[in-house]
Design a protein around this ligand. Structure first.
Ligand code: PFF
Length: 464
């Protein structure tokens, strides 16, 4: 069954919503720590290579599937290869996206609480503004740990985020997701540029820029390449049915290649700007010696607030930064949830309102479990990991790559030979020199590269 949801209404809406999905915790939270743990500048070019070589082709495969199949992540395979079992691939993506939603919503809740605390000034309670940036890390670390491990606060804020998602998703694709993204994404870019300007003008910023940008190829190891591939994947929202679902809302005349390149490079651009914000600031304030200071959670909730205390108008910068984080997360959570909502609507003919409730209401319990597993109820463990970390590793390290390999095999080997070419040329309306290259990459290159990530993850896991 094809869906009858009014899709995106404009070209700008297509770009804003898809960039909104891609830009999220992956760029702000994960990217700086992955750069740091992979030797800085060695990582960046390899990452760009992965975005171009892997990200764009797989994104185009997902776009093609979604627009041609014009249905949810499972329905596209049912429509394109009726009577065959390929729809199971879609179930994989669907499952991954729903599992990701469980813990992503928790972090989204944290960013909302920190935005609230910045506005009320609670974030800076007990802080000594005369100390240096590192001087307050104890206060911020205690604050963060108390918050994350509290049995109530993070659950309440996760619930606030679930309700906000519900409000947006109930309004539908055009009036909810598209409108939200059209307003928030330009705001996000403006905020990023403001932070970038400030960071680059700090004394000693050059050292940070050098760490981030001066290529040092001696540090490129297989591990760096694998991390870059995984990061590209996570950041571009690949392998989860998100882009398949969004593409099913694309107008028929959407220029797929241009859209994929714009989305991928914008996503890369945000990560790049984030690097230009973080590393100069961290070096300038002498926080580079703290090895844990660039790990995602600490970076956002301890290191950056420490830096804000050193700047005039600390509270304003905190508000703007957590607003940025909030914008990035909410445009991603709606995209992750939309995969399951589209599935219920198309497969079971549910009304949007019912589908939204069926998908989001259970999160009040399941996301709470993820949140509590981080400290308040440490018994909530699977295989020695907190529920939160278990879901994170299972999806990012295993389900996503498996589903993306399947997707490439499906598009490259199962569908008819010219499937991608037809889609990329809008069914022969114009010529495309890129189409054969993409077809080649999806068929012969991407599945192997992604399989390499997967095998390395499994080896890492077995060794750990
Ligand atoms: N791409 C977004 C991000 O980088 O945060 C959202 C996202 C989707 C993250 C899927 C992770 C993921 F597995």
């Amino acid at each position: 069954m094809k869906h009858n949801e009014a899709g995106f209404g404009s070209k700008i809406g297509v770009i804003a919503a898809t960039v909104g999905s891609a830009v999220g915790l992956g760029n702000i939270w994960r990217f700086p720590s992955v750069v740091q743990s992979n030797g800085g500048s060695a990582f960046l070019l390899v990452y760009l290579g992965c975005v171009l070589l892997l990200g764009i082709p797989v994104m185009l495969a997902e776009f093609s599937l979604g627009r041609a199949g014009h249905s949810d992540a499972v329905g596209v395979m049912k429509n394109l290869t009726p009577g065959k079992k390929w729809w199971i691939l879609g179930v994989f993506g669907l499952l991954s996206s729903y599992l990701i939603l469980q813990f992503y919503m928790v972090v989204a809740g944290w960013s909302t609480e920190y935005l609230y605390q910045s506005i009320t000034g609670g974030l800076f309670e007990g802080v000594n503004f005369d100390a240096d940036a590192a001087g307050n890390s104890e206060v911020f670390t205690r604050q963060m740990n108390d918050f994350i491990t509290s049995p109530t606060q993070p659950v309440i804020w996760t619930n606030v985020m679930i309700i906000l998602n519900l409000v947006i998703l109930l309004r539908g694709v055009q009036k909810g997701i598209e409108k939200l993204s059209n307003v928030l994404m330009p705001l996000l870019f403006v905020l990023l540029l403001v932070f970038c300007g400030i960071s680059l003008s700090l004394p000693g910023a050059g050292e940070g820029v050098e760490f981030f940008l001066k290529p040092d190829f001696s540090k490129v190891t297989p591990g760096v390449v694998i991390s870059a591939l995984g990061q590209a994947f996570f950041s571009l929202s690949l392998g989860m049915g998100i882009l398949v679902t969004y593409a099913s809302y694309f107008p028929k005349d959407t220029m797929m290649t241009r859209t994929a390149v714009t989305v991928s490079l914008s996503d890369f651009g945000v990560a790049f700007l984030m690097g230009l914000i973080i590393f100069p600031a961290v070096m300038s304030f002498g926080l580079n010696d703290n090895p844990g200071g660039l790990a995602g959670t600490t970076l956002v909730f301890v290191t950056l607030p420490g830096i804000f205390t050193q700047m005039p108008c600390s509270q304003l910068w905190a508000i703007l930064f957590f607003l940025l984080l909030f914008v990035a997360t909410i445009t991603s959570t709606v995209s992750i949830a939309e995969v399951s909502i589209a599935f219920l609507r198309d497969r079971f003919g549910m009304k949007r309102s019912n589908a939204c409730l069926v998908i989001l209401l259970p999160l009040f319990v399941t996301s709470a479990i993820c949140s509590l597993s981080l400290g308040a109820v440490p018994e909530l463990q699977v295989l020695g990991l907190s529920m939160f970390d278990f879901l994170d590793s299972l999806t990012t390290n295993f389900l996503l790559p498996v589903s993306a390999i399947g997707l490439c095999v499906y598009v490259g080997w199962v569908l008819h030979r010219d499937f991608i070419k037809d889609e990329l040329t809008n069914y022969g309306t114009f010529r495309s020199r890129v189409a054969p290259v993409v077809q080649f990459l999806v068929k012969y290159v991407c599945p192997w590269l992604i399989a390499a990530i997967l095998v390395s993850q499994i080896i890492n896991l077995l060794e750990a």
